[in-house]
Design a binder for this molecule. Sequence first.
Ligand SMILES: NC(=O)c1ccc[n+]([C@@H]2O[C@H](COP(=O)([O-])OP(=O)(O)OC[C@H]3O[C@@H](n4cnc5c(N)ncnc54)[C@H](O)[C@@H]3O)[C@@H](O)[C@H]2O)c1
Length: 322
Amino acid sequence: MALYLVTGGSGFIGSNLVYHLVALGERVRVVDNLSTGREANLRPLLADPERRHQVEFLRGDITDPDLVHRAMADVDFVLHQAALPSVPRSIEHPLESDRVNAYGTLLLLEAARRQGRVRRFVLAASSSAYGERAPEEPKVETMPPAPLSPYAVTKVTAEYYLAVYHRIYGLPTVALRYFNIFGPRQDPTSQYAAAIPNFISAFLRGEPATIYGDGLQSRDFCFVDNAVEANLLACTTPADQVAGQVLNIACGEAITLLGVIDTLAEIFGRRIPPRHAPPRPGDIRHSLADISKARQLLGYTPKIKFAEGLRRTVAWYREQAG
Ligand SMILES: NC(=O)c1ccc[n+]([C@@H]2O[C@H](COP(=O)([O-])OP(=O)(O)OC[C@H]3O[C@@H](n4cnc5c(N)ncnc54)[C@H](O)[C@@H]3O)[C@@H](O)[C@H]2O)c1
């Protein structure tokens, strides 16, 4: 059994990774300070007598060097998800974003280098690295980064640190540039909540969803199980094929926010017209990925398509609601 360190394992994507790894029989160590993650996300696992021996939970901050050093002991694979993941939050608190997302990543890389036996260090990077592009122009990894928010700068910085740790110290790193990931356990209550959990909660309350702007902006929405699979592939693909690389992880399909509302109306069987609010600073208009590189290097294919992912997500929120 390998030991996986999942930073941010109490958060949305991190907890999905933890559940999958445990189901595969792996051992997982979680580091999380519960700043945006929720204790409830891992509670069923930590309370399950059959599975809790596979999971170790370290509550703490990835900007604490002692904690990071302890967390790295005997680890085979690092899946680094911990971050303050919101563009609006980074605009309000740029220093805090930088400290967690960039400096925190550097501390983890340094601990992995010193530990000396980490087989893969995988980063939750972000499509925000690309900035704004024309809608018909899918984002390819060869495009130079053009960050438009403090958040995007921190995520690009983290990627650069990975590349340098690979090049200089030979650490086998992989940066997965997630596009808009959605699915069970994504937090709908935060003031910085993403569009899909926000919309689903509005539908569950029978209220209009709030759209910032006209709703014709588009995103490459990708169900979380696809991102989980990409992480597993990033660990199992031979290092000489993938180490030091940056890879887009998405579905390769653009969906407008009004399109999301339409699909939700079909799933819920009722139409509630959205409410429009002014566009938010730092938000981009269109985001679409070219995923050929991940297909080629990892053998990644997004198995769960958007509508099916949305159905599963709604089913999960419904179950939680009652
Ligand atoms: N959700 C997306 O669509 C998306 C897109 C691109 C990139 N990402 C990246 O994926 C990762 C996971 O995002 P998410 O959507 O699951 O967000 P999330 O907020 O649910 O998860 C982040 C987790 O990190 C933890 N954390 C934050 N600061 C920490 C610190 N200083 N020390 C320890 N733990 C800390 C939080 O408590 C939380 O559990 C992030 O790195 C984010 O930047 C997400």
